[in-house]
Ligand binder design. Sequence first.
Ligand SMILES: Nc1ncnc2c1ncn2[C@@H]1O[C@H](COP(=O)(O)OP(=O)(O)OP(=O)(O)O)[C@@H](O)[C@H]1O
Length: 261
Amino acid sequence: MVDIIDILMVSILLFNLYKLIRGSVALKIFLGILSLYLVYQVVKATEMELLSALLGQFMEVGVMAAIILFQPEIRKFLMLVGNSTDFKNFPLLRLFRSRKDKDTELDISPIVEAMKEMGASATGALMVISKDDALSYYADTGDHLDAKISKRILLSIFFKNSPLHDGAVLIYKNRITAARCILPVTENQNIPATMGLRHRAGIGMTEVTNTAVLVVSEETGQMSYIRGGRIFHNLSTLEIRQKLKEYFADSTDRSNKISLK
Ligand SMILES: Nc1ncnc2c1ncn2[C@@H]1O[C@H](COP(=O)(O)OP(=O)(O)OP(=O)(O)O)[C@@H](O)[C@H]1O
């Protein structure tokens, strides 16, 4: 029984690891190391001493080398684990949470209306919506704000000459918590070359956090929705609205405390 659980857990771990490095340079490095390891095993079995000793030296420092080579992926993986271990939602701690906390609402309309207007004027925008984490690590990379969401505030932030227009806005519990934030850029190589840094940063953010990202393209005015590393391109306001509702209704929702207006 324990063996079955063991095998199951290793399979889940390997699958998640594959999902994390799929499409990135890390996969190629991993395949390279795997090939070397297979060659080493063959060389050892056929008792080719010189080559075996040479590859053996390499294998000995393998773990250290892997940690250095996969540093970004290991960091991503640990962040993913950290994000899914949400201590705030432990049953005992929930008792101490204030009522106000539970009644938070996300007002979608001003966000969608602002996107529509920015799309029409080809104003670039990048917004991260979080339902269960304040994302303070990312908020610290920009300027902290604490403003109730409004269409005018969003338009002012992303207005081309605004000092806050660069980077991403973070939205949590119906508040714009920060602007000008720097997001992690995806390393997925399968993303079309037409998508620049704004879209890549949005994709990267949803790979490592349980967030939904909205993008308005400065070039085309098109609106996109990103979730779990997948981008849904050129959506209508209705579709964006629907996607946001799905995000909050997601069964993996660990908070279930945010309702929609
Ligand atoms: N790591 C990052 N985190 C947050 N924002 C970023 C990051 N990198 C770039 N940006 C934002 O993206 C802008 C550059 O967008 P770029 O033109 O490269 O992207 P794009 O995906 O082609 O979008 P667009 O269609 O709007 O041109 C920057 O001015 C900055 O505001």
